[in-house]
Design a protein around this ligand. Sequence first.
Ligand code: MN
Ligand code: MN
Length: 298
Amino acid sequence: MFAHNKRLQYTVRVGEANPGLANLLLEQFGGPQGELAAACRYFTQYVGEDDPGRKDMLIDIATEELSHLEIIGHLVAMLNKGAKGELAEAVDTEAELYQKLHGAGNDSHVTQVLYGGGPALTNSGGQLWNAGYIDTIGEPTADLRSNIAAEARAKIIYERLINVTDDPGVKDTLMFLMTREVAHQKSFEKALYSISPNFPPGKLPGDPKFADTYFNLSQGEGDMEGSWNSDTNFKRVDNWDEMSAVDGGDGSASVGLDADATEVVNAMAARTASDPVADPVTGAELGSGLHPDDEPLP
Ligand code: MN
Ligand code: MN
């Protein structure tokens, strides 16, 4: 069950209303790296998880992410508060209101005019939130890696948002939210490395013929060597002749078909065959005013 505590997880102190900043913060409310995506990601993983340790961690963190959603939502609401009232009560002239919502590169018209100043489940560009932001596949060694990356991305978005505001209260709250993503990343890493073995993800090992091979498929100036591709850790292949077909076959694609299917496929191929000697006149040529038999222009 869920219960709710009236106090936020972190106090929201906004110095002054700022609809443009509110709009940017929507990125972490209804954007792909935002708190709703994080909460839904860990909540659904919690429901599907059988391991008691991970199940407990996932619902702890899912619940914290919902609490973050509550914080970022209140930041948006506070930053929008003045403008919301001004628009609702039409206290300014039309031109003044328009300037406030749309002036100085401020995109807050989406949140103000369309959503009335409340925190909408969109990203900062107005894109609607969608469940496609969550890439869970139900294998913990893959999902934990994705969670680590999701926390890393959320941390970076918070860092960028901190860099665009000089409101000390907003900065302070964003710093808390950013820091918690660092802590979550650490928990997910610990949980990943608590599974042994955890690489490669899943049960099947890779084919040893290719598992440690590095194909140097872009060659020329700029070719570099490091631990990620050198012979110390990989069998590095630079010779083009050894890159296809690496199974030793002829590199073609084939399929076994019965006689009926073969007949239909051949009939379609015959019907749609291109004639290499045809030179048909095209609409573009007719429209150019030149007859195809005319001398070409110099
Ligand atoms: Mn969070
Ligand atoms: Mn997090």
